[in-house]
Design a protein around this ligand. Structure first.
Ligand code: ATP
Length: 660
């Protein structure tokens, strides 16, 4: 048994040295102990584990996951506490700093259904669940006529050609969003989320005047949403040629194209965590559409839902299989979790779950029988729709096949896809050659040759005065190296150095100074005055309007405009020939090369997950290269990220919880 605080402190320091804990985790625990005058080693240990869980993006600490004999999966534990979950629950509730949700005065730590929360996160989780369930149970806005869906039925039939052989889930998704104030439309890349939402917007705006806002978590994702909606509107217009041109034009003009970031929508207050819009100053809109919803973390979802006006509707679009948000929570995955089913082949699949009433209504609207999807108590299921057929990867079969095999963690299938020899897939094996005078990795060398060829394309445009900065940035964005890790030779830092060196050797760049023509930079913090945000990527290029052609950092903004900033004024940033997979979320590139580590540490292995590999693959539109070793690729593909949270249970349990 850990009997003294001193022995625990030694243990915490050891864990910190092994990087199993951050200094913040240790300080949090010690501060909690001081604040609540509680020196019990058990209390300090639990606070440490809670903080470590929150730093690892979990929303809470499930007590049943604590293994006292090895709490942080370290090599040699000296921690010898031994308690069952029931004993631990009793011990924890004896501390003043811990309470249950039904206590008269809530303590800073809340213990609910076997999960320990910081009070703030408990509040976020309950509120998000309540908001979502309330929206899911509310009918869509402004229904006036005796059969409010009469017009919608006609329009739905015009917009979707009825397919007798197969269910058209895009049509069913559109109908879902017509009937409920919450619609969650999910699916992998190219499954038609934007196409569906464009048709829905056409349908809604041709019936009534609505204030609609389109948003995404990052500037890049917002810019991509704008582009996709514009392209989708053009495709739709060409499909609807039977509609008189004037009417078609005026209907199309009603569909918004501009997308903003979530931060811009909510109104950032400089140097504050608060936004201008919140519960008491709600947004002014009728319909909010959030793309790339998998990137929205729990606190942000809480803030968005709180700022939503009482009668507004919400549509979440995203891919539930992608990496979850950078901060705590996995809101989209939790929302979708109730649809998960085990398939006969052992893989995971999804199945819609509707109430009888909703299945009947959707059937009437779409003419598809939905009795097979009726569930007893679907809670939020009436608002969900999944698109499973990718229209994007038909021509580029290899990428789609690999993404699917990884997503299903199907190792034999993954091996088979790599062995098929698809022209759009390239495997580079880490192969170290060591001789007394020489150390090289042939895989890395091949990657560097590829990067010189690929990045050479935009670098060669820089001196051509006929080519605009926007065109050069577009060319740069065709190719990107994504790293699974930040640190090390095969992390972002090492690969950036290696690529810079190769480009310099071939004379494509002259990196004598910090800022040189062609250097790509990624911003690492928000600068509201400059309008630059964490994750924004730009290029250092000669300013084509100044005579001296002095160097400026050029960024394409969410509205497509070009922002120029003096390099010396840039907020913290780094070179970006290579970036992390996390930072690439919401972006797409024609060619993606994923770099995996050779010998990941124990802590690094935890980060190499199926979601990470899947996200990297699905960033590629036409070509995907992987530098790795088969063993690490397979290990990563079979490691599912588990984010501890009580949200899934709150959304899908039979009796919806209310927040205390
Ligand atoms: N029902 C359909 N039949 C044929 N092609 C379709 C259909 N739906 C979408 N597509 C095509 O598939 C491509 C991808 O569609 P869309 O952009 O709507 O997908 P998405 O899910 O939004 O993709 P992403 O996740 O990449 O943003 C587009 O070229 C679109 O024209």
């Amino acid at each position: 048994m850990l009997t003294t605080t001193a022995s625990l402190d030694i243990l915490l320091k050891e864990w910190q040295n092994e990087r199993l804990l951050t200094p913040l985790d240790r300080h949090f625990a010690l501060q909690m102990a001081q604040l609540h005058q509680q020196q019990s080693p058990l209390f300090i240990l639990i606070c440490t584990l809670l903080s470590q869980h929150l730093s690892s993006q979990h929303s809470c600490l499930p007590l049943e996951q604590i293994d006292f004999s090895n709490p942080l999966k370290e090599q040699h534990s000296q921690c010898q506490i031994n308690l069952t979950v029931d004993e631990l629950t009793t011990e924890l509730l004896n501390f003043d700093a811990v309470s249950t949700p039904d206590s008269a005065i809530l303590a800073p730590l809340i213990l609910d259904k076997g999960n320990l929360y910081l009070q703030r996160y408990y509040h976020y989780e309950c509120e998000v669940a309540e908001h979502l369930i309330r929206l899911a149970q509310a009918p869509m806005l402004k229904q006036s006529s005796s059969d409010p869906f009469d017009d919608a039925k006609i329009l739905l039939d015009q917009l979707f050609t009825q397919n007798e052989q197969q269910y058209d889930w895009q049509k069913i998704s559109t109908a879902t969003a017509l009937t409920k104030r919450l619609a969650v439309i999910t699916g992998g890349p190219g499954t038609g989320k934007t196409t569906t939402v464009t048709k829905l917007l056409y349908l809604l705006t041709s019936q009534q005047e609505l204030t609609i806002r389109l948003v995404a978590p990052t500037g890049k994702a917002a810019a991509r949403l704008s582009e996709s909606i514009k392209a989708s509107k053009q495709r739709l217009a060409s499909e609807l040629q039977h509609i008189p041109l004037d009417k078609l034009k005026s209907n199309m003009a009603q569909i918004p194209e501009e997308a903003a970031t979530l931060h811009r929508l909510l109104g950032v207050i400089p140097n504050s965590h608060q936004f201008r819009h919140h519960k008491d100053n709600p947004l002014r809109l009728d319909l909010l559409i959030i793309d790339e919803a998998s990137m929205v973390d729990l606190p942000m979802m809480y803030k968005l839902l709180s700022a939503l006006p009482a009668q507004a509707s919400l549509i979440l679009l995203g891919d539930q299989d992608q990496l979850a948000s950078v901060e705590a929570g996995a809101v989209l995955a939790d929302i979708c979790s109730g649809l998960r089913v085990d398939l006969a082949n052992g893989a995971n699949g999804w199945q819609m779950r509707y109430s009888k009433k909703q299945a009947k209504l959707l059937s009437q609207l779409t003419h598809y029988p939905l009795d097979d999807f009726i569930s007893d108590d679907p809670q939020i299921g009436d608002s969900l729709c999944m698109l499973m057929h990718s229209h994007r990867f038909i021509g580029d079969a290899g990428i789609g096949q690999l993404a699917e095999a990884v997503n299903q963690a199907n190792l034999p299938r993954i091996a088979q896809v790599w062995q098929t020899g698809y022209k759009e897939l390239l495997w580079l094996e880490h192969s170290n050659i060591n001789s007394s005078s020489h150390h090289s990795n042939l895989g890395l060398e091949a990657l560097l040759v590829q990067s010189v060829e690929q990045y050479g394309a935009y670098l060669k445009l820089i001196d051509n005065k006929a080519v605009s900065a926007t065109e050069i940035i577009d060319s740069f964005n065709q190719y990107r190296i994504l790293c699974a890790m930040r640190a090390g030779e095969y992390g972002v830092e090492g690969i950036n150095q290696s690529v810079s060196k190769s480009l310099a050797t071939t004379g494509l760049i002259s990196p004598e100074q910090e800022f040189y023509a062609g250097r790509p930079v990624i911003i690492q913090s928000n600068d509201y005055n400059l309008g630059l945000f964490n994750g924004d990527i730009g290029l250092i290029l000669p300013d084509d309007v100044s005579d001296s052609r002095r160097l400026m950092a050029h960024f394409i903004q969410a509205d497509g405009g070009l922002l120029k900033v003096l390099p010396a004024r840039l907020p913290s940033h780094e070179t970006c020939y290579a970036m992390t997979v996390h930072k690439s979320q919401g972006s797409e590139f024609s060619h993606v090369s994923l770099v995996m580590p050779i010998r990941p540490s124990l802590a690094q292995q935890q980060l190499l997950s199926k979601e990470l590999v899947y996200t990297a693959i699905t960033r590629a539109k036409h070509h995907f290269t992987c530098l790795g070793s088969q063993r690490i690729f397979e290990q990563a593909s079979s490691r599912l990220t588990q984010r501890s949270s009580g949200l899934s249970e709150r959304l899908w349990s039979k009796i919806a919880d209310t927040c205390e």
